[in-house]
Ligand binder design. Structure first.
Ligand SMILES: [Zn+2]
Length: 335
């Protein structure tokens, strides 16, 4: 990580600024060290060049948000977690969500050390070796994506973000970094890009993409939880998010956090599916009450009204149909 990014990063606990204690540096890049909150004193690691600002209980690889909401720690696919949900029934599932919330409020330790196996994966992916295996290079490293297709929703999404006032962009739940690296590629004006992702090995992929397109000096992959963003208050011009809403348990917490970190007049631009992953999780679905309790994505209408409740105004909401006939929405929110 570059020191300049400290202007934007904040303690996920108290949102205050952080000081860095460097251990190892390479070409101006801090490879390892500790970030210390100037206010509350909590410490966070810089590992394999990446700042990791997480709670002890938030570090994990991707799993179904449905299981996560019920406090199940083991990995689940969406299908597995739905089966489990059906077997519990809605009443029991809601009880589990409440128990999990109770446990979570008691945990306030920062994650101080990262397992060696995870650090290994971060380094391997950052080296580009993972990306170059199999046909990944073709699928994941073509810039720009679908060049020149002006009707493609992804391209319109990219242009929409690039046309906002963009000194600083924050990508929410970056995954492997597909969208954020494309934004870094098309947006030559933006001064700082932050990509926040909780799955730490993915940080290596994201940073490798930035390096690949030559955007490394102004782009940083940061380990963090979208429900407790590791970002200071009112420092971001534009937030962006591609498709990740259905993968989050804590959607309204995320909206509140994005609202907090945006400057007045800042934009939050999303491209998302109109419906939740499964119809049972719709507001009017069989498990609608559970979905609300678990703070899952229950469809774009609820998302828009929740955003308005947090203070955003919906600037535009456009509908697109993808090749498989699924509906997507390009939503622009303004603070
Ligand atoms: Zn703090």
């Amino acid at each position: 990580m570059r020191k300049a990014v400290l202007r934007y990063l904040g303690c996920p606990g108290c949102r205050s600024e952080l000081a860095v204690e460097e251990k190892r540096k390479w070409k101006g890049d801090i490879r390892s060290g500790t970030l210390v909150c100037r206010n509350c004193g909590l410490e966070y690691p810089v590992t394999a060049g990446r700042p990791v600002l997480l709670w002890e209980n938030a570090q994990r690889e991707w799993t179904s948000p449905i299981s996560e909401a019920m406090g199940i720690e083991e990995y689940r696919t969406i299908d597995q977690s739905m089966k489990e949900l059906f077997s519990f029934g809605e009443k029991r599932a809601i009880e589990l969500v409440r128990e999990r919330d109770h446990v979570n409020t008691e945990v306030f330790e920062s994650l101080k050390s990262i397992p060696r196996s995870v650090v290994g994966k971060m380094k391997y992916r950052e080296s580009g070796k993972w990306m170059k295996t199999g046909n990944r290079r073709e699928r994941l490293l073509s810039f720009p994506w679908k060049d020149g297709d002006k009707t493609d929703s992804f391209n319109i999404f990219m242009q929409r973000i690039a046309s906002t006032k963009t000194d600083s962009i924050l990508d929410i739940a970056s995954g492997g970094g597909f969208a954020v690296s494309h934004q870094a590629f098309v947006n030559t004006k933006v001064k700082q890009i932050l990509a926040v992702e909780r799955d730490l090995k993915s940080l290596g992929n994201i940073q490798y993409r930035f390096k690949y397109i030559g955007s490394e000096s102004r782009s940083e992959a940061v380990g963090g939880d979208v429900r407790k963003l590791p970002v200071r208050t009112e420092v971001i011009d534009t937030a962006m998010m591609l498709a990740a809403l259905p993968e989050i348990s804590g959607v309204t917490l995320m909206i509140r956090e994005v609202f907090r970190v945006l400057k007045e007049g800042g934009a939050f631009v999303l491209l998302i599916s109109e419906e939740p992953m499964v119809t049972e999780l719709r507001v009017d679905g069989e498990f609608g009450r559970f979905a609300a309790e678990a703070d899952l994505y229950t469809g774009y209408k609820k998302f828009e009204s929740d955003s308005e409740l947090q203070g955003f105004s919906v600037e535009s909401s456009l509908r697109f149909e993808d090749k498989r006939g699924r509906m997507r929405r390009l939503i622009s929110l303004k603070k």
